[in-house]
Ligand binder design. Structure first.
Ligand SMILES: [Zn+2]
Length: 220
């Protein structure tokens, strides 16, 4: 079993990666979090991730990835780029190479700490056209990481085939529904919990939440 092993979770403080953190806690003896500072629009995101890690008693490493913004300016880091998606194009929130770089750096940190398990909240079901959220990319990267460092990494993607409602269900099953709802930050406008309600991230999160609550037959 995995109970005697250690995992590193790529952790942003959002709904998905926080759910992954709870999932990892239920699966592994020891869990650490890696958070990437790449000049997000809102410093609140890093702060939120740090508070969650602290509250859950999880050791967190924050890595400076500001070079990502230097290489590829995008709507997640630049106030002057609107969050937008045109028909047939990748959304402006897509950052070339982000998951490739994040997972590679997380793998290096994990190996240093003697951990071979990596956990990431990428998801192909609701994917907004991000090529580096697809299962085929993750499987390919897993092989590449193992070859590059001669180390038996296993990348876990507990959300890969879940839709947003099923991700809420998973959080609930892990006993983390209220925690995820109140303490995580998904909103592009930097408002935690239920967020601004207007941006694409809030709309997606809310639609999933409503669908889940409806299926559950409860009230909000
Ligand atoms: Zn929002």
């Amino acid at each position: 079993m995995l109970k005697n092993e250690k995992a590193f979770v790529v952790f942003s403080g959002g709904q998905d990666s926080t759910t992954c953190l709870f999932w990892a806690k239920s699966m592994f003896a020891e869990v650490e979090a890696v958070t990437f500072d790449y000049g997000q629009r809102h410093k609140a995101e890093i702060q939120c991730a740090t508070e969650i890690a602290k509250e859950l008693g999880i050791r967190q490493t924050i890595l400076d990835m500001s070079l990502l913004n230097q290489l590829a300016p995008n709507a997640l880091t630049r106030q002057d780029i609107d969050i937008d998606q045109k028909e047939g194009e990748l959304p402006t929130t897509f950052v070339d190479g982000r998951n490739l770089l994040f997972l590679s750096f997380a793998a290096i940190a994990a190996k240093q700490a003697g951990a071979r398990h990596l956990v990431t909240g990428v998801c192909e079901t609701d994917f907004s056209g991000y090529p580096d959220c697809r299962d085929s990319f993750i499987k390919s990267l897993n092989v590449t990481l193992n070859l590059s460092m001669d180390y038996p990494f296993v990348i876990h993607t507990p959300l890969m085939w879940l839709d947003k409602a099923e991700t809420w269900r998973l959080a609930d099953e892990l006993g983390a529904f209220q925690f995820v709802r109140e303490k995580t930050l998904t909103c592009y406008n930097g408002i935690p919990g239920d967020g601004c309600g207007e941006c694409p991230a809030c709309k997606l999160r809310r639609a999933g939440l409503e669908k889940y609550l409806q299926e559950k037959g409860g009230t909000q």
